[in-house]
Structures are given as structure tokens and as C-alpha cells.
Design a protein around this ligand. Structure first.
Ligand SMILES: Cc1ncc(COP(=O)(O)O)c(C=O)c1O
Length: 433
């Protein structure tokens, strides 16, 4: 029996089944490669879901964390604050363009950043309601679930969820929802369901993550900005998955030219250490009273040390430009695969920077999702030692999130394995059908 199978047996016995996932038991990882407990080597096209954008164990991150660990590991910012947290907030506020003075705060997880951004927007506006969008994913807490626009596996059976949360359609060209149609949906919501004067915030992912790497068209973000200005609504860009250089800009909303009021950051922020942040207009950030924001572990010194190193790495290794290069190469390879005879199932290839995905559908029909094919490709890739992840409200999208520091030859090796896995799975599925 392999060590992995033994661990799997122990896991099934000890870990709640709701915490689902793969059975690749990590022993060590370096940059874009991972070795499991049985010594199998994998190429990692997930970066721990867009977390290790700077690669597993980037030497600069490891050094910064080790240095911090020598000094102290935790004091709690509310008890004995530290320079690393303050420096990180100074840097993040300088990097974000809201058109105003900014402030920032640190937290631990992505959903905590989302929760706090909503708290700040509600405190600043004195309004209760929040509008999110179809297909969105904002996390797994009660409010995170309420904001999320995908029922399974995120919301089903966990209600009642917090109120005053509304959803409007998200534009999706591949599925025939135009910007105009989505805006009409929002208009209906604001006239038939909730008054704009009661809306504290719009929260939107400039590129939807779990929802299927759907790129929010700039025109839609611009229209949201105009509506937010008209009605005094706070525009929150959830950059938890798309931020920190992943899309070729530090913040994915920068592609649209729209200035957000608040952004949420996590995942790639600290290169593998648990840290999140809310950054935005100082007048909004300062709305909550002293003591109203924070948390015991929020802005842990090891994590802020890692984040300060990550910001240095992004700049010095020009990772935004590298994200563009990686994304261009991935889209080119996927485009070629989609054009191969018998590959109509690759219905759409899309992405911003190195946040790239392909959507699998029956016979090229956007309305006939192919989740089984999606699962088959991922399983085949895994057999060939490449780690891929799915996403999409219909579980029929494969997302590619390699480290932005991935070596060129490892990227090519991974692309080759992915191509073989796609061809094999398509053949298998066709034979089985
Ligand atoms: C856009 C977005 N927001 C929020 C979250 C929640 O982050 P976390 O899982 O760290 O709570 C995620 C996680 O995938 C995300 O992609």
C-alpha cells in the first residue's frame, strides 16, 4: 500500500467529508513543482489556487519569514503592533489608485477581507444592502455564502443566510449575456427589489474565479462605477483570486481603467502564508469606530513579512509582465488544441494574464456543459503528474494558475502533458459515449 493510500484511509476516518479535495499528499514543493509522500513529482498548474504566485518557497519569502521568526511570531496587532504590518499597509495604499488617499488593514483569509469590506461600506454609508453578481464566489462564511452566486457546493443546506444581499446578472459573452442585458437586470433589481439609496456596496470580481474565469467586461465595470457615483454606493473589487499580479496588473480591475473604492486581497498577497487585506479610500476605511475592525491573528507578523517580500519580488522579477507572457503562451497552446479535429468540446479559451481557463461543452454548444469531460481531463493530467483544477458554476471549466515564476521549460512540459491529457480524455470520452 502506498503512503498516499494509507493517508487517504486515515483522512477519510478523521477529516470531515465536507472538506473535499484531491488525494495528492504533499511532501515538498519548490517553485512550480511538487513531490508527494510517495516521491512522485508533479507539475503544479494551480499554485495552491493562485496563492503561490511567486512559486512554492520563493527564497526571498522564506528568508523574510525565517528572519521574522527569529524576532517574534505573534504579538497581536491590537496588543503590540509591528512595523511589518504598517509598512505593508503603506505599500498597498501607495499601489492602489482609487483617486483619493487610501488606508489599509490586514486580516487572515480572503472571506474575512470580503466581510470587512462590507462592514466598512455599511459603516460608511449607513445602508444595509449589498449587490453581488451571478456566478460570483466570495467565500464560505455566512456572509461569504450569501454573496456567492453558486449554490453547489457552497450554499446548499447552510441557510438561513444573512439578508440584505441581492444578486444581479453577470455579463457572459460565451453564454449570451451581454453587458446591456446584465445592466438591464441590475436596473430591474434596483427598481423592483431594492432601492439604490439602500445599497451600501456593489461587490464584484473583475475576473470571476470559482465562477469560471469569466472576465467582467470593462464596459460593465465602467457602468457600475457610474451607478455607484450616482447613488453613493461603494464599489468593491474582490481581488482575492485575480489580484497580486496574476492578471498582468497588480490589481485585475486596472485592466478596465475603473478606480474602485475598496479592494480585497488575499491568496497571492503573502506567497503561501495566510494573510488578507482591505485597501481603499481613507474616508471609507476610517468609517468604523476604533475597535470595530481587526482580529487576533489578523496581519500575523510572519505573513506580513512574507507579503513585503512578495511585493519586492513582483517588482524586481517583473511578474506582471511575466504573467502576460505565461498567459499568452497558455492561450496560444489552448487555441491550437481547440482547433484540432474532434476538439469542438473546447468551447471557449479565455483569460487575463496568467489567469487562463478553457470551458468544456458538448459539440461546441455553450448550453451543454461537459463536467464529466472536465473531470476526465483533470484525472488524466493527474495520472501524468500534472495538477489541474476545475471551476465554473457548471463544473465544466479548467483553470490554469501556474506560478508566475515558473521556469519556461517546466511551463512547456506542463503544456505538453495537458495537451496529451486532453487528447486522451477526449478519445476516452468519445469511445465511452
Ligand atoms: C474572489 C474570491 N473571494 C473570496 C475568496 C475566499 O477566500 P478564502 O478561501 O481565503 O476565504 C476566494 C477564494 O477562492 C475568491 O476566489
Amino acid at each position: 500500500m502506498s503512503i498516499s493510500s494509507e493517508l487517504n484511509t486515515r483522512r477519510i476516518a478523521a477529516v470531515a467529508r465536507g472538506v473535499a479535495g484531491k488525494s495528492i499528499y504533499a511532501a515538498r514543493a519548490q517553485n512550480a513543482e511538487l513531490w508527494d509522500v510517495d516521491g512522485r513529482r508533479f507539475i503544479d498548474f494551480t499554485a495552491g489556487i493562485a496563492v503561490t504566485n511567486t512559486g512554492h518557497r520563493h527564497p526571498r519569502v522564506m528568508e523574510a519569514v525565517a528572519r521574522q521568526a527569529e524576532a517574534f511570531t505573534h504579538t497581536c496587532f491590537h496588543v503590540a503592533p509591528d512595523e511589518g504590518y504598517v509598512r505593508l499597509c503603506e505599500r498597498l495604499t501607495a499601489l492602489l489608485d482609487t483617486g483619493a488617499e487610501n488606508k489599509a488593514m490586514c486580516l487572515t483569509t480572503g472571506v474575512e477581507a470580503v466581510e470587512n469590506a462590507i462592514k466598512i461600506a455599511r459603516a460608511a454609508t449607513g445602508r444595509p444592502a449589498v449587490v453581488a453578481f451571478g456566478g460570483a464566489f466570495h467565500g464560505r462564511t455566512q456572509l461569504g455564502m450569501a454573496l456567492t452566486g453558486k449554490v453547489m457546493p457552497y450554499k446548499k443546506g447552510f441557510g438561513p443566510l444573512p439578508g440584505s444581499v441581492f444578486h444581479a446578472p453577470h455579463p457572459n459573452e460565451f453564454h449570451g449575456i451581454s453587458v446591456e442585458e446584465a445592466l438591464r437586470g441590475l436596473d430591474t433589481l434596483l427598481s423592483a427589489v431594492v432601492a439604490p439609496e439602500e445599497v451600501a456596496a456593489f461587490i464584484i470580481e473583475p475576473v470571476q474565479g470559482e465562477g469560471g474565469f469569466n472576465i467582467t467586461p470593462p464596459a460593465f465595470l465602467q457602468a457600475l462605477r457610474a451607478l455607484a457615483d450616482q447613488h453613493g454606493i461603494v464599489l468593491i473589487a474582490d481581488e482575492v483570486q485575480g489580484g497580486m499580479g496574476r492578471t498582468g496588473h497588480l490589481f485585475s480591475i486596472n485592466h478596465s481603467g475603473v478606480k474602485p473604492d475598496l479592494v480585497t486581497l488575499a491568496k497571492g498577497l503573502a506567497g503561501g502564508f495566510p494573510l488578507s487585506a482591505v485597501v481603499g479610500r481613507a474616508d471609507l476605511m476610517d468609517a468604523p469606530h476604533p475597535g470595530g475592525l481587526g482580529g487576533t491573528y489578523a496581519g500575523n507578523p510572519l505573513a506580513t513579512a512574507a507579503a513585503n517580500a512578495v511585493l519586492d519580488i513582483i517588482e524586481e522579477e517583473q511578474l506582471c509582465a511575466r504573467a502576460e507572457e505565461i498567459g499568452t503562451r497558455l492561450k496560444e497552446a489552448l487555441g491550437a488544441l481547440a482547433a484540432e479535429p474532434g476538439h469542438a468540446a473546447i468551447g471557449d479559451v479565455r483569460g487575463l494574464g496568467a489567469m487562463v481557463a478553457f470551458e468544456l461543452v458538448e459539440d461546441g454548444d455553450p448550453n451543454r456543459p461537459a463536467p464529466d469531460l472536465c473531470a476526465a481531463i483533470i484525472a488524466e493530467a493527474e495520472r501524468r503528474n500534472l495538477i489541474l483544477l476545475s471551476c465554473g458554476t457548471r463544473a465544466n471549466v479548467i483553470r490554469l494558475l501556474p506560478a508566475l515564476t515558473i521556469e519556461a521549460h517546466i511551463l512547456e512540459e506542463g503544456i505538453g502533458v495537458m495537451a496529451d491529457a486532453i487528447r486522451t480524455a477526449l478519445g476516452t470520452v468519445r469511445k465511452a459515449a
